[in-house]
Write a protein that binds this ligand. Structure first.
Ligand SMILES: Cc1ncc(COP(=O)(O)O)c(C=O)c1O
Length: 373
């Protein structure tokens, strides 16, 4: 049976396996009483006004395909935002099916068999598997133990086959927010060889110790990916967008062409609702998440080695004594769901705790974890 199945599946399926996050997600369904600190999305629901906008858009008949690059009114609003963030005069914007959609479009447009993609480790899981699916080669560059951008190692990793450098700030799973100086230095390194940078900024509204710098102002050969899902509690609406400078117009057009033949467009009624989302004030959510960050760090740092995150909603904690997976097994036995660091890394020394949860659950879960250290 297995041999027959092997013949059915494309060879590329051997290059990937199920996300470890999904495995914990499935486990969570079977443990209703567990304290779930594995979640990769906010615990707040979409603002009521936004839900109304989506309902109104459906009732008003926005139920058909949108243009490939997105609803023109939304795109126009996003262009204005992109100008402010990048300082670029004429940014090009395309609405994508979540940031995941943007990652796939960019990689499909850029990565050939054997091309190298430099990825700071730990990293968000999709990068590795998407590059592998396309026959590219991930070149991981360790950012342990402080999780700052490993600039010297990135420079050393560049070869004639380097096609892309991926940078993710605030970072999943470490919560690191890279400084403007780090991003400027990365821009200089990439510029020496004209290498494109893919900047995943899905968490940039979750930045607790100051605004999250963007590499755009320092480097035009950047594909910036941004998302609406995490910021407004609408991960299921599948909305993200790509911002590209006109120097990369062929890449932008290639991404649009891939979108045309794959996702077609992001969901139209949600794009309409997103026009309203852009005007919403989400500062109370961010303040609440900053307090959650402080709460979890104050408890976990009593017993664990960790680097305090400045953004996103994760803490990447060093497992005491054993491997990350062994500690996670123990945590799950005690009713706390967290994710082994090996899911996000080539090494299995840490575990990821999400603080996208109610305060009382954060407190109880973190106390159980410290009792296991
Ligand atoms: C760093 C990072 N990029 C992209 C995504 C995917 O986001 P979306 O739901 O918009 O596809 C996630 C989701 O967890 C993420 O953590």
């Amino acid at each position: 049976m297995i041999r027959a199945m092997e013949r059915i599946l494309a060879d590329r399926m051997r290059l990937i396996d199920a996300s470890g996050i999904r495995k914990v997600f499935a486990l969570a369904q079977t443990m209703p009483d567990a304290i779930n600190l594995s979640i990769g999305q906010p615990d707040f629901d979409a603002p009521a006004d936004l839900k109304q906008q989506a309902i109104a858009a459906i009732q008003a008949g926005f139920n058909r395909y949108s243009q490939t690059k997105g609803e023109p009114e939304l795109v126009a609003r996003l262009v204005e935002l992109a100008k402010l963030q990048t300082g670029w005069e004429d940014p090009m914007v395309m609405v994508t099916c979540g940031v995941s959609g943007g990652i796939i479009l960019a990689l499909m447009a850029l990565v050939d068999q054997g091309d190298e993609v430099i990825i700071p480790d730990p990293y968000f899981v999709i990068y590795k598997h998407a590059v592998n699916l396309l026959g590219g080669r991930c070149v991981f560059v360790s950012s342990y133990p402080d999780f700052r951008l490993p600039l010297a190692a990135i420079k050393d990793a560049i070869t004639d086959r380097t096609k892309l450098i991926i940078v993710n700030s605030p970072c999943n799973p470490t919560g690191m927010v890279y400084s403007a100086e780090e991003l400027r230095a990365l821009a200089q390194i990439a510029a020496q060889r004209g290498i494109t940078v893919l900047s995943d900024q899905i968490y940039d509204s979750f930045s607790y110790d100051g605004p999250c710098p963007c590499i755009g102002p320092y480097y035009q050969r950047t594909i910036i990916l941004k998302g609406l899902g995490k910021s407004y509690g609408i991960t299921g609406w599948r909305l993200g967008y790509a911002v590209v400078h006109p120097v990369l117009r062929p890449v932008f057009e290639a991404m649009a062409m891939v979108q045309q033949y794959t996702f077609v467009c992001a969901p139209t009624p949600f794009q309409r609702a997103a026009i309203a989302a852009l005007g919403l004030d989400i500062s109370c959510y961010i303040e609440a998440y900053k307090r959650k960050r402080d709460l979890i760090c104050s408890i976990l740092s009593e017993r664990f080695e960790l680097v305090r995150p400045s953004g996103a909603f994760y803490v990447f904690v060093k497992a005491p004594g054993s491997t990350g997976s062994e500690f996670v097994r123990k945590a799950i036995q005690h009713g706390v769901l967290v994710i082994p660091g090996g899911v996000f890394s080539e090494q299995d020394t840490h575990f990821r705790v999400s603080f996208a949860a109610e305060d009382r659950l954060i407190e109880r879960g973190a106390r159980i974890l410290t009792s296991l250290a």
